[in-house]
Design a protein around this ligand. Structure first.
Ligand SMILES: [Zn+2]
Length: 270
């Protein structure tokens, strides 16, 4: 029962040490590490959202993956770096240093066990910088170690077509998309009777810097939201959640197939 959303045959921690030692073509096994967070998600969603949706989407993708793709999923990191939610009880954050060290040590141990393709799959928008640093440092340390640092929402999809333009642009936390997906994955934890929108001040036409986009400044959730939500969860539906899960899972199948086929002895320089 420890595998949760992950198909048990794909769950790394159910293998014996000899099964892991003897995996065929281990250098091409995509070894997936899901990384979520435990952080406030407004009055209507549980603190597990980013961990839950990462595992739910990866689990669905792994269930659809062809059998000749040997991808395995490590036990996830439920905790992440969520310092921006400071001030909302319930958030339990790691520091940047702790998360970096965790990723480096897990990555190093996987390398020592013979894996050469590590896939960091992140579900929380506050920590892609940390994954980027860890993945690059692992690759610098072991030049034949291929390390991807990827965000759960970034695979090819048309999810923005399901959302209002405003939600698609700045609904970044506990809004329509996350709430709909949680209705599909963990419906008992969604409290729509408490769902309530909160929006940041809109960008003026002549304003260059904003809280998201290319020219940004540091922010905390308390700066831009009164209730912990950044967006509008009230239009969320189960149907939308099913479509989001389907689109993301099929995108991740494509990514895991590409990673499986990625040449393990690639040469970039010519
Ligand atoms: Zn979230």
């Amino acid at each position: 029962m420890m595998h949760g959303f992950i198909p048990p045959a794909r769950y790394y921690a159910y293998k014996t040490w000899q099964e892991i030692r003897d995996l065929p073509d281990k250098a091409n096994v995509p070894l997936i590490l899901p990384i979520g967070s435990i952080e406030q998600h407004g009055p209507h969603l549980p603190v597990a959202v980013d961990s839950a949706l990462t595992l739910g989407v990866i689990g669905e993708a792994l269930a659809r993956l062809p059998n000749d793709n040997p991808a395995l999923c490590l036990p996830p990191l439920y905790y992440g770096k969520s310092v921006e939610h400071d001030g909302f009880p319930g958030t339990i954050t790691l520091t940047a240093n702790t998360l970096t060290t965790l990723l480096m040590e897990i990555g190093e141990q996987a390398y020592v066990s013979g894996f050469r393709k590590l896939v960091l799959v992140n579900g929380h928008g506050g920590q892609p910088e940390i994954l980027r640093i860890a993945a690059r440092d692992l690759h610098v340390k072991y030049r034949d170690y291929h390390c991807w640092h990827l965000f759960i929402w970034d695979v090819p999809n048309k999810i923005n077509d399901l959302l209002s333009p405003k939600e698609a642009a700045i609904g970044i936390h506990a809004g329509d998309a996350e709430t709909s997906l949680m209705m599909k994955l963990l419906p008992d934890t969604v409290h729509m009777d408490r769902a309530e929108a909160s929006w940041p001040a809109e960008r003026r036409a002549d304003q260059l810097t904003y809280f998201i986009g290319r020219l940004t400044k540091a922010w905390t959730t308390q700066d831009i939201s009164h209730n912990g939500v950044v967006g509008d969860p009230t239009p969320a539906t189960l149907t939308k959640g099913e479509q989001i899960l389907d689109q993301l899972a099929s995108g991740w199948v494509r990514v895991f197939e590409e990673i499986h086929r990625w040449p393990s002895h690639e040469q970039h320089a010519r």
